[in-house]
Ligand binder design. Structure first.
Ligand code: PAF
Length: 279
C-alpha cells in the first residue's frame, strides 16, 4: 500500500490517473480503520477505478478538552485494512502540510451544525467542513464516502457540496455494528470491559424508539422520553442528547411526519458515543 505524505505527490498521482480516464473515489478518515471504514472503502472500490483513503487526525475539529492527543493512531494497521478493502493509496499528511504557518481560511455553516453534536462540540463542524473542503480540492474525486453513523456530519457535507458547488457525488453508507448492536467506532477502543457492555444501551434504546415509531407514535416527545428512560437504566451512561430532527435542516420536530433522524449522544464513563436511525 502506497502511503503518500504530500499534496504535490497526491495531485501527481491523481493527474496520471485522470490522463488515463480513470475515476477516483475518496474515503476521508482519521485512521484507526475498523469494519465501518472498510465498508466505505469497499463501496468506493466497487464504484470507482481508483480509491484514495485519507488518514488525518484533524486538530481543527477537536475542542480544547477533547481527545485529539489520545485519538488512536496506527498507520501500519490502517495500511493493512486499506489494502484488503481495495484502497489504492493512503494520503497521510502531517499537520504542517495541511495547515501552513499562516493558515487563516475556514469553511463554516449556519443552522445545521448548531444542534445535536454541535451543541457540545461548538468548533467541530467548522473543522470538519474546512478539512473536507481541503481534501476535496486536493484530490478532486468523483465521489466521496461517509458513514451514516455521523449523520449530522453527512448532512452537513451534503449541504456544503450543494451550497459551494463541489462537483463531487457524496455517498452515505449504512452504520456497521458489532454483533450486540454497538455501532463500530474508533472511540470504542477507549471502553473498558464494563463500559463496553454498557455501551450497548445506545443501540438498545434506539431500537425501542424505532419500534414505538413503527407502531404509529407521532409525538416526538414520547419517543424521546422512552429512549431516555432506557438509557438512564444504565448506571455508566450519561445523556448528552436524545433528539428527533427533520432531515433537511436538522431541527427538532414535535410531530413525526415524513423522514426524521433520531439521534443520541451518550457518555459511557468518559467516552462520548453517538448512534442514530432514520425512519
Ligand atoms: O468522520 C471523520 O472521520 C472525520 O470527521 C473526517 C470526515 C475524516 C474529517 O476529518
Amino acid at each position: 500500500m502506497r502511503i503518500v505524505k504530500t499534496i504535490a505527490e497526491i495531485r501527481d498521482i491523481v493527474g496520471t490517473w485522470r490522463k488515463s480516464g480513470l475515476s477516483v473515489g475518496l474515503v476521508p478518515t482519521m485512521g484507526y480503520l475498523h469494519e465501518g471504514h472498510q465498508s466505505l472503502i469497499e463501496k468506493a472500490d466497487a464504484q470507482n477505478d481508483k480509491v484514495i483513503v485519507s488518514v488525518f487526525v484533524n486538530p481543527m475539529q477537536f475542542g480544547e478538552n477533547e481527545d485529539f492527543d489520545s485519538y488512536p493512531r496506527d498507520i501500519e494497521r490502517d495500511s493493512a485494512v486499506c489494502q484488503k478493502s481495495g484502497g489504492d493509496v493512503i494520503f497521510n499528511p502531517e499537520i504542517s502540510e495541511m495547515y501552513g504557518e499562516y493558515f487563516s481560511s475556514f469553511v463554516n455553516m449556519t443552522t445545521l451544525p448548531e444542534g445535536l453534536c454541535g451543541k457540545s462540540r461548538p468548533v467541530h463542524f467548522k473543522g470538519v467542513c474546512t478539512v473536507v473542503s481541503k481534501l476535496f480540492n486536493i484530490v478532486c474525486p468523483d465521489r466521496a464516502y461517509f458513514g451514516q453513523k455521523d449523520a449530522q456530519q453527512l448532512a452537513i457535507i451534503k449541504r456544503m457540496v450543494s451550497d459551494l458547488n463541489f462537483n463531487i457525488e457524496i455517498i452515505g453508507c449504512p452504520i456497521i455494528r458489532e454483533e450486540d448492536g454497538l455501532a463500530k467506532s474508533s472511540r470504542n477502543t477507549y471502553l473498558d470491559e464494563e463500559e463496553r457492555k454498557a455501551a450497548v444501551v445506545l443501540s438498545r434504546s434506539l431500537s425501542i424508539g424505532r419500534e414505538i415509531i413503527e407502531n404509529g407514535e407521532k409525538d416526538a416527545e414520547k419517543v424521546i422520553h422512552a429512549i431516555k428512560e432506557e438509557i438512564l437504566k444504565e448506571k455508566l451512561a450519561k445523556i448528552d442528547y436524545v433528539e428527533i430532527v427533520d432531515m433537511d435542516m436538522l431541527r427538532p420536530v414535535k410531530e413525526i411526519n415524513g423522514s426524521v433522524l433520531t439521534a443520541v449522544a451518550v457518555y459511557i464513563g468518559g467516552t462520548r458515543l453517538i448512534d442514530n436511525f432514520i425512519i
